[in-house]
Design a protein. Structure first.
Length: 104
């Protein structure tokens, strides 16, 4: 895991259990088991929800990687602890539950 990923994990850990897993050349970020964003090329991209759209209205919207169909918020306000708490708490409620795996 690189320094940027560790930094993201440290900044976000106050909001809950943060897990960062490698995926297709980048990383995916989970909060308490829910997918909240991607890390690509040392940039954090957060999913769009009503809370992230409201709190990050002034952030840039970009696709995290070539071929992505999901426009996401580029997040760079890591020193704003209050924003991070409000943002992640709101996003967590709005994001869908992880789908259970079906036994084959």
């Amino acid at each position: 895991m690189n320094e940027f990923n560790e930094y993201v994990r440290e900044c976000f850990t106050a909001a809950g259990d943060i897990i960062i897993k490698p995926m297709m050349g980048g990383y995916i970020v989970y909060l308490n088991g829910k997918l909240v964003g991607d890390i690509c090329d040392n940039e954090l991209f957060l999913k769009r929800t009503p809370t992230s759209d409201r709190l990050l209205a002034d952030s840039e919207l970009r696709y995290p990687y070539e071929g992505s169909k999901t426009l996401m918020h580029v997040f760079d306000r890591f020193e704003d602890v209050d924003l991070i708490s409000e943002l992640l708490e709101g996003m967590y409620v709005e994001l869908p539950e992880k789908k259970p795996k079906h036994d084959k």
